[in-house]
Design a protein around this ligand. Structure first.
Ligand code: ADP
Ligand code: MG
Length: 394
């Protein structure tokens, strides 16, 4: 982004550089089970190591109580995995800004990497406490934020510290912000957005914001039923938010007054239970049985959506089309994922935790232009909100 200082402009040689990364990786039995987030930070870490910086990494992981060290939420497994990935020694401090961290930070050599313990072991992190930010800042000469996934939170390590040190955006941060804002500010047209997931109430701001930008808006997932209610259909025992029907109707009106094509399901897969071994049936949206729930878009809908996606020059996708975690209800999400992947000519951006999981499940991630690592952060950016972690770098 225009006015964010990037890591390229940091003369890192010999300097202590403290880097906020998103190492919130899943761990089982002391092993990292998915190292995507660690890999995502490697370009920045490698750059600093190669430049001869003394690199101090900090992150949160999980949801500690904030009352001190918790073995099962330690960053030890992450530090170990990082060491394997960069093939260099990585040291873990026993604390965050305590004696051990300070001693190790001071002893760090050029090109060496130190990981501080889980930031959220200290309750002051989430409070953006000034003293905690100052303790973190005192460890280094410069600050880099590469944790796009937490950029929507104003915490000591994402906001407070940036006021105390020369601050820079890491490669991941820069890439996320540039790609997402580029899509919003000057998308190639036609621009098609696909929104799904569970609830309208979660996504209403995204729908609203995207309607101002897109040529076509495709709606699937649990939230389509609130739209179907707004269209006057009965939706049986599907997920529905009666309080949001009015808002859904307002969104439909907004789409038509802006000339945005709004696509809603014409058929759905219904089931007699929220279960992988439920009895299922494909029905048109005007014939949903009272006792059944819609758990995926139907095949005719999937074809219509795939056709619209094939015409797109840019695509933004957030939220699965159905309960893709269960085999009988994955077809709609798979069809959309395949259509997005097949459109090689388009800029295709996937954002949101479960949407990314779906794309990975179908093994299509490397056929997308860009996969955002920040669920909440990317949604807030798309909604047009300012991210504290990004603003702090301006
Ligand atoms: P993302 O993380 O990509 O933003 P969400 O968190 O909004 O997506 O929604 C994902 C969840 O929505 C998935 O767990 C999926 O099972 C659920 N979902 C999708 N369609 C339905 C449906 N028809 N009924 C209930 N849940 C649904
Ligand atoms: Mg989710």
């Amino acid at each position: 982004m225009a006015d964010m200082k990037t890591i390229e402009t940091l003369d890192a040689a010999g300097k202590s550089v403290i880097v906020r990364v998103d190492f919130n990786a899943p761990v089982q039995e002391g092993m990292v089970t998915d190292d995507t987030r660690i890999r995502a930070a490697l370009p920045t870490i490698r750059h600093l190591v190669d430049a001869g910086a003394k690199v101090i990494l900090m992150s949160h992981r999980g949801r500690p109580a904030g009352t001190g060290f918790e073995e099962e939420l330690s960053l030890a497994p992450v530090a170990r995995r990082l060491g394997e990935l960069i093939d260099a020694p990585v040291v873990l401090a026993a604390d965050i800004t305590g004696e051990d961290a300070r001693g190790r930070a001071a002893a760090l050599g050029e090109g060496e990497v130190l990981v501080l313990e889980n930031l959220r072991f200290d309750a002051r992190e989430k409070k953006n406490d000034a003293a905690f930010a100052a303790e973190l800042a005192s460890l280094a000469d410069a600050y880099v934020n590469d944790a796009f996934g937490t950029a929507h939170r104003a915490h000591a390590s994402t906001a407070g510290i940036a006021a105390l040190l020369p601050s820079y955006a890491g490669y991941l941060m820069e890439n996320e912000v540039t790609t997402l804002t580029g899509m919003l500010e000057s998308p190639k047209r036609p621009f098609v957005a696909i929104l799904g997931g569970s609830k309208v109430s979660d996504k209403i701001k995204v729908i609203d914001a995207l309607l101002d930008k897109v040529d076509t808006l495709i709606i699937g997932g649990g939230m389509c039923f609130t739209f179907l209610l707004a269209q006057g259909y009965e939706v049986g025992s599907s997920l529905k938010e009666e309080d949001w029907v009015e808002r859904a109707r307002a969104m439909m009106d907004k789409a038509s007054s802006l000339g945005v094509e709004l696509l809603l399901p014409v058929d759905v897969v219904v089931a007699d239970a929220f279960s992988a071994d439920a009895n299922t049936e494909v029905v048109p949206v005007d014939a949903m049985p009272e006792t059944m729930m819609g758990l995926d878009i139907g095949p005719q809908t999937a074809r219509i959506y795939a056709d619209a996606i094939a015409e797109a020059a840019s695509v933004f996708w957030n939220g699965p089309m159905g309960v893709f975690e269960m085999k009988p209800f994955e077809a709609g999400t798979r069809a959309v994922a395949e259509a997005v992947a097949a459109n090689d000519a388009a800029d295709t951006i996937i954002g949101g935790g479960d949407s990314v999981a779906a794309v990975n499940q179908f093994d299509l991630a490397d056929r997308m232009t860009f996969i955002s690592t920040g669920g909440g952060a990317s949604m807030e950016l798309v909604q047009g909100e300012k991210l504290p972690g990004v603003e702090a770098l301006r």
